[in-house]
Design a protein around this ligand. Structure first.
Ligand code: ATP
Length: 456
């Protein structure tokens, strides 16, 4: 980020959040833990804790709902993490899935050449210390694994380097087993594995991560139309779930970035402390994937139009993004430290997560934990709400502290049961962002909350 951009950001009062704050909150409150931490950890792998898994599930479900459930012409699959090794020859990964990297001879830092400023490459100068680089080296990112038990008979294959290959492999089965007709799409959410040479920045670049893909199959004459449709649709999807709409943009790939079969490609980028970075790619894949798999497998993957009897290899629009990058970007987008306006030390940290995605939807808080009448009503309310949404019951410490705890994990609503509740069967409902409190009858509570925490 330039100095001017930094200043503008500060003037607008929304400074970019350092990754460290998110790493620390994630561990403290049970969103994300370093993998194998008691053994010293392993770079590029993370585990998700009790709140992380809820947030992750909500992110996945919202994507599936909007991409599959809400589109009559889209269906889903779930493929295995391991496939026949020929898949990765056909896809070009065995040959071309490489990163070229250089090390700095002086400070020993390692860089991917495509992530360096071209000026540094040209001048052979490390951006961190000015030292010289080593000769560039090529590394294949595919993770190898072996099938079988008898030494010598074992077959070498790969953990999938990108999830979408299963969609091309299952394409013909989907056409034959469901009533889909072109134009139609196949979606999948699944793990991908890459021997990233420079894993880092928390969840941003991992070695095991999760991708979501849509492969949309079209007649070549309709490629432009569907490319535009999905490009706009995906952009709006991201806009809906973030607070800082101005931090989202398209990056159109230049001629030198485009694959040889692609007429155009766009990244949806989001701006964080790491700068503008890819969140999802919208790719024009033409007939590349199905043609290659036809050629390598010997199976004809062409499609016959039922009306015109035309036979052709469908063209593909791909939208490919990451669950983990969404998780990280949403936390960076939502995190805010608000100083106490009265200066009395009541600062609060808030996660302004969209209520649809927040891991806990509602906290139920009896005003005092030693008053049986209050506790009884509170437990009943909690039991009832729990059937519809993730709810937490909390009676530890004073009410202010409990609100702060919920703010920090992004809980959009808190329900407080107090003495008035016993008289008139109403509760206090507090909203996270505005901190506004209203009184609402217990009988209306479930519908009121469902209306706000369920996507539509
Ligand atoms: P990059 O250029 O950042 O390495 P890419 O162009 O190789 O990414 P794709 O292969 O298009 O990425 O993957 C689709 C999506 O998967 C990306 O937009 C990103 O959200 C996610 N993704 C890719 N690599 C990683 C990774 N190592 N860790 C976490 N998410 C990733």
């Amino acid at each position: 980020m330039t100095q001017i951009e930094e200043m503008q950001e500060e003037i607008q009062g929304t400074p970019l959040v350092p990754i460290d704050k998110i790493v620390s909150l994630s561990k403290r409150r049970g969103f994300v833990y370093p993998n194998s931490e008691i053994y010293g950890g392993v770079a590029g792998f993370y585990d998700f804790g009790p709140l992380g898994v809820e947030l992750r599930n909500n992110i996945r479900r919202f994507w599936w709902w909007s991409m599959v459930q809400m589109h009559d012409n889209v269906v889903g699959i779930e493929g295995a993490n391991i496939t026949h090794p020929r898949v990765w020859e056909a896809s070009g990964h065995v040959e071309n899935f490489v990163d070229i990297l250089v090390d700095c001879k002086k400070c020993k830092r390692r860089f991917r050449i495509d992530h360096l400023d071209p000026k540094n490459v040209e001048q052979n100068k490390c951006p961190a210390c000015g030292g010289e680089f080593t000769e560039p080296r090529r590394f294949n990112l595919l993770m190898e694994t072996y099938l079988g038990v008898v030494e010598g008979d074992r077959m070498k294959t790969y953990l999938r380097g990108e999830a979408c290959q299963n969609i091309y492999l299952d394409y013909d089965n989907v056409v034959k087993s469901s009533r889909v007709q072109i134009p139609f799409g196949i979606c999948q959410i699944g793990k991908a594995f890459r021997n990233e040479v420079t894993p880092g920045n928390f969840l941003f670049r991992q070695r095991e991560f999760e991708q979501w893909d849509l492969q949309f199959f079209v007649h070549p004459s309709e490629m432009d139309k569907w490319f535009d449709y999905w490009k706009e649709y995906r952009f709006k999807w991201y806009q809906t779930i973030i607070n800082h709409k101005d931090r989202l943009r398209f990056h159109e790939h230049g001629k030198d970035e485009l694959a040889h079969y692609a007429k155009k490609a766009y990244d949806i980028e989001y701006r964080t402390i790491l700068g503008w970075q890819e969140w999802e790619g919208i790719h024009w894949r033409q007939d590349w994937d199905l043609s290659r798999h036809s050629q390598y497998s010997g199976q004809d993957l062409s499609y016959t139009d039922l009306n015109t009897k035309e036979r052709y290899i469908p063209w593909i629009v791909e939208t490919s993004g990451g669950v983990d990058r969404t998780f990280l970007n949403l936390l960076l987008d939502a995190y805010e430290e608000q100083p106490d306006p009265m200066g009395k030390g009541n600062d609060r940290t808030v996660l302004h997560l969209h209520p649809w995605l927040a891991p806990v939807k509602c906290a139920v808080l009896p005003l005092q934990k030693n008053k049986e009448e209050l506790v009884g009503v509170a437990k009943d309310i909690h039991k009832n709400l729990q059937r519809f949404m993730v709810t937490q019951y909390d009676d530890i410490q004073n009410i202010g502290r409990r609100y702060r705890r919920q703010d920090e994990i992004g809980t959009p609503y808190c329900v407080t049961i107090d003495f008035q509740t016993l008289d008139d069967q109403t509760v206090t409902l507090r909203e996270r962002d505005s901190m506004e409190q209203i009184r609402i009858p217990i009988s209306e509570l479930t519908m009121y909350l469902l209306d706000r925490v369920t996507w539509k």
